[in-house]
Write a new protein. Structure first.
Ligand SMILES: Cc1cc2nc3c(=O)[nH]c(=O)nc-3n(C[C@H](O)[C@H](O)[C@H](O)COP(=O)(O)OP(=O)(O)OC[C@H]3O[C@@H](n4cnc5c(N)ncnc54)[C@H](O)[C@@H]3O)c2cc1C
Ligand code: FES
Ligand code: FES
Lengths: 164, 284
């Protein structure tokens, strides 16, 4: 047993203060200590992307981040994208365009797509495919996921233009 | 799949980090992006008592281009290599290779220092560093030294770096002429079955300089001086490329694993080397 440490991080805008062992993985801290069960555990070996969250503005696979590394970090999970009353544009687009079947990969897909669209608000289909290459889906064949992300991008851009 | 217990350290400067390494010897290990080390710790293939996280250490990241010399801090991520426009002009082969490593999530956190220090023959940057004739800066209790990338790798996971040293930076000359990093993998995000890095210089129709190196075709990255020599002075025609491929193949020693038997790997190596030469020549 190693000594426990005080882990302070901001998760979905809320300051959290937890007692953890440094070796704990971020995914389990989020799921089991903070009850944020949006990020899933698929492979646990850094391959599937189901555990994707945003850590200090980067998409990361939280099954391969030690709790200790997240000291002082800002974390966003899929829960942080929506409000209790309204889904995020990406979530609506996934629903609209049938971007999910079983839904297991969806929180990781959406969290990753969210980051991708912040860095590249107007991606081509190829850029979307390359940008989500770290997220596996065993149901959809990706076609409708790509369609959903492109539709969300178009909607977000239209909203931005209308606001200007 | 949770690592065994360790004591976690997060020093703020290189000297403090080295102090921890000196105090704990081979029980201590530095942590960069963690995307080679943490998977090994989860599998309990790496037992570490003291983990020294470099994320807060000053002065270890960033890319500087000073005249013709490029210096990259060890903690610079693959994502940063890809998005740096100055680097894309001064040595475009870096972006081409980095884009073929893993996937977006891994590239956000995986560092160039971790990639070259790791010593895994499957890592792509060590082969590229052979091609570029890069130099690694190592800082330890006795000071700073430079080691040529071509002298750094001894065997799988065995390098010239001692346990108490930290790799702080990588430097190499800006490239001129044509370049190519060609990689054959089973699927996107996979390590190489075989990969080749090629830099070629051209004067008129003649190749005036060639540097050729390979990834995952031996227990260390392979620099093939003979392959480069086979192209230099030629017009890089079909027979010249065949000669260079033959020379390169005599410098590799692949082993059978889940990426295929030795014959297949030699075949794939020949294909990627020829492609890389052809592409580099077309860009020269
Ligand atoms: C799914 C997946 C796919 C991948 N595919 C590829 C691929 O196709 N090609 C490829 O090249 N890599 C691949 N990788 C590996 C990835 O690029 C790693 O990030 C990289 O190999 C190591 O960098 P890191 O910063 O994560 O290092 P870490 O994992 O933190 O460290 C790796 C080793 O280097 C040592 N180390 C790190 N930094 C230093 C330093 N500054 N000084 C001294 N020692 C140091 C550590 O102690 C450790 O032993 C893949 C990884 C995953 C998870
Ligand atoms: S659970 Fe983390 S990548 Fe699959
Ligand atoms: S919807 Fe089932 S895994 Fe993607």
């Amino acid at each position: 047993m190693s000594d426990k440490m005080h882990l302070k991080m901001t998760v979905n805008g809320k300051q959290e203060d937890l007692l953890v062992e440094p070796r704990e993985l971020l995914i389990y801290v989020l799921r089991e200590k903070l009850n944020l069960t949006g990020p899933h555990v698929g492979c646990e070996t850094t391959h599937c992307g189901a555990c994707t969250v945003e850590l200090n503005g980067k998409s990361v696979k939280s099954c391969t981040v030690l709790a200790a590394q997240a000291q002082g970090a800002e974390v966003t999970t899929v829960e942080g994208l929506s409000t209790p009353d309204d889904l995020h544009v990406l979530q609506k687009a996934f629903r609209e365009h049938h971007g999910l079947q079983c839904g297991f990969c969806t929180p990781g897909m959406i969290t990753r797509a969210h980051r991708l669209l912040q860095e590249n608000p107007n991606p081509t289909e190829e850029e979307v495919r390359f940008g989500i290459a770290g997220n596996l889906c065993r149901c959809t064949g990706y076609q409708n996921i790509v369609k959903s992300i492109l539709a969300a991008a178009a909607e977000m851009n239209a909203a931005k233009e209308a606001a200007e | 799949m949770i690592p065994a217990a360790f004591e976690y350290h997060r020093p703020k400067n290189v000297q403090d980090a080295i102090g921890i390494l000196v105090e704990h010897g081979d029980e201590a290990r530095v942590l960069a992006g963690g995307h080679s080390l943490i998977p090994m710790m989860k599998l309990r293939m790496a037992a570490i008592e003291h983990l020294v996280d470099l994320q807060d250490v000053d002065g270890l990241s960033g890319i500087s281009i000073d005249g013709g010399r490029i210096t990259i801090g060890a903690m610079t991520t693959q994502h940063e290599l890809i998005t740096h426009d100055g680097l894309a002009t001064a040595a475009p082969i870096l972006r081409e290779a980095a884009l073929q490593i893993a996937d977006p999530q891994v590239r956000y956190v995986g560092t160039i220092g971790g990639n070259v220090a790791n010593g895994d023959p499957g890592n792509d940057m060590p082969g590229l560093m052979q091609c570029l004739d890069a130099s690694f800066t190592l800082v330890g209790p006795d000071g700073t030294r430079e080691v040529a990338a071509r002298d750094f790798y001894e065997a799988a996971y065995m390098t010239e770096r001692s346990d108490e040293e930290i790799l702080t930076a990588i430097s190499f000359n800006a490239t001129a002429g044509g370049y190519s990093y060609e990689k054959q993998k089973r699927k996107i995000g996979d390590y190489a079955t075989a990969a080749a890095a090629v830099l070629l210089q051209k004067d008129g129709d003649t190749c005036t300089g060639a540097s050729i190196a390979m990834t995952n075709l031996s227990d260390t990255p392979v620099f093939s001086e003979a392959a480069g020599a086979a192209l230099t002075g030629t017009s890089v025609g079909k027979a010249d490329i065949e000669a260079a491929v033959a020379a390169a193949l005599s410098d590799i020693d692949p082993t059978e694993d889940n990426r295929g038997p030795v014959e297949f790997k030699r075949h794939v190596a020949a294909v990627v080397i020829a492609r890389a030469i052809t592409r580099a020549w077309s860009r020269a």
